[in-house]
Design a protein around this ligand. Structure first.
Ligand SMILES: Cc1cc2nc3c(=O)[nH]c(=O)nc-3n(C[C@H](O)[C@H](O)[C@H](O)COP(=O)(O)O)c2cc1C
Length: 371
């Protein structure tokens, strides 16, 4: 029997990734000091996915500027002091045989809220200035839903954002990351500018598709220049806005193809998040179809969104709907999902060599691990 498509390696730029099960970026809101510094909790959290043989671990949205944080507790890459704390996380993952990419982000007009986690004192409301809150930066100056009105970005602000992504990417290289993902989905700054539903600008950052793509494409080129030719650069897009006048999959195909020209290796295909009033019906594999439209244009893609079973994930990759799958909540529930899927799909199971006793009778492959 042929090896499962999910367990085949994939090469992006000069990086070989051992399988097609990746961890989707998920904010942990765990930088308790509100300084963007990741801690031992992040080492354990991301390290467990290396033990669990996830092909590529994507970090949570990591802010390129402090005002680009979704919450005050987000991870950061906006200053050089973040390099050292991220390096500890990266070294832990590498020591356990894993690979890790950082998701660089600017939340734009959606920045500056409390996380609203169970047990929190504050619900998911805007952080007031008295508790360190800040006015969010928007592309249009229009608020997201009932959020406070953001400050409309001027030309200098947007140039500064492009530069900040580039500097953060340089820091990611210095911290030892294996790849970088640019977050241009879910209504965050790059997405707000990209979508005709929210970009009302008439300057060079709007006006037509070329103007609306400018911030994202300049950012992609800046990041590619910062990381050099060998490191994979990924972009997360909302393939469809599901909002009146918003982006369609056909629009996204054109953007994706231009991003490939700019040196992007793979589009991580999410959807939505742009407008507060959208009809959103998540169900099993709910974003796979939209992502497959981008993939059918010859662009390498990742599929994400309620992919939960090995058979489902294998079908997505084997039938060419995406090159890789990203799992979010399912990997929170089961960090060893990739190994369980490998067993279900007939192996081989990749495991740190010290765990081999757990898989006797299985076809084994050992992760390259110092541990
Ligand atoms: C707790 C949590 C935090 C998230 N944070 C991010 C994030 O930082 N960046 C991002 O692009 N998506 C984020 N997402 C979206 C996930 O990456 C993923 O696309 C979404 O949950 C759908 O996949 P799933 O059904 O496998 O969870 C988050 C989702 C969850 C549940």
């Amino acid at each position: 029997m042929n090896r499962a498509a999910l367990l085949e390696p994939i090469i992006l730029s000069a990086l070989e990734i051992s399988n097609r099960v990746w961890l989707s970026p998920m904010c942990m809101y765990a930088c308790e000091e509100r300084d963007g510094q990741v801690t031992d909790l992040h080492r354990v959290h991301y390290g467990q996915y290396a033990l669990g043989s996830v092909g590529l671990i994507l970090t949570e949205a990591t802010a390129v500027l402090p005002e680009g944080r979704v919450t005050p507790f987000d991870a950061g890459m906006w200053c050089d002091s973040h390099i050292e704390s991220w390096r500890k996380v990266v070294d832990t993952v590498h020591g356990l045989g894993g690979l890790i990419a950082v998701q660089l982000s600017h939340a734009g007009r959606k920045a500056g809220h409390y996380p609203g986690l169970p047990g929190d004192v504050h619900m998911a409301i805007t952080v007031p200035p008295g508790d360190g809150g800040w006015q969010a930066l928007g592309g249009s100056g229009l608020p997201f839903g009932n959020y406070p009105t953001p400050r409309r970005a001027c030309d200098d602000d947007l140039c500064f954002v492009v530069e900040a992504f580039g500097k953060a990417a340089q820091r990611a290289v210095a911290a030892g990351f294996d790849a970088v993902e640019i977050h241009a989905a879910h209504g965050y700054l790059l997405h707000e500018l990209l979508s005709p539903a929210t970009n009302d600008r008439t300057d060079r950052w709007g006006g037509n598709a070329v103007g609306r793509e400018r911030l994202l494409r300049e950012t992609a080129r800046e990041v590619r220049a910062a990381v050099g030719p060998n490191m994979p650069v990924l972009v997360r897009l909302s393939v469809e806005d599901g909002a009146p006048g918003g982006l369609t999959a056909a629009d996204t195909v054109r953007t994706a193809m231009r991003l490939v020209e700019d040196g992007v290796d793979l589009i991580d295909c999410s959807t939505g998040g742009l407008m507060a009033a959208t009809t959103y019906r998540p169900g099993s594999g709910y974003q796979v179809r939209a992502g497959a439209v981008v993939h059918s244009a010859g662009v390498r893609t990742g599929a994400v969104g309620m992919i939960t079973s090995a058979a489902q994930a294998e079908t997505v990759v084997r039938t060419g709907q995406a090159d890789v799958v990203l799992l979010g909540r399912e990997l929170l529930r089961d960090p060893y999902w990739a190994q369980h899927a490998a067993i279900e799909l007939g192996g081989p199971v990749t495991t740190p060599h010290r765990y081999y006793r757990a898989y006797q009778g299985q076809q084994l492959r050992f992760s390259i691990s110092a541990w």
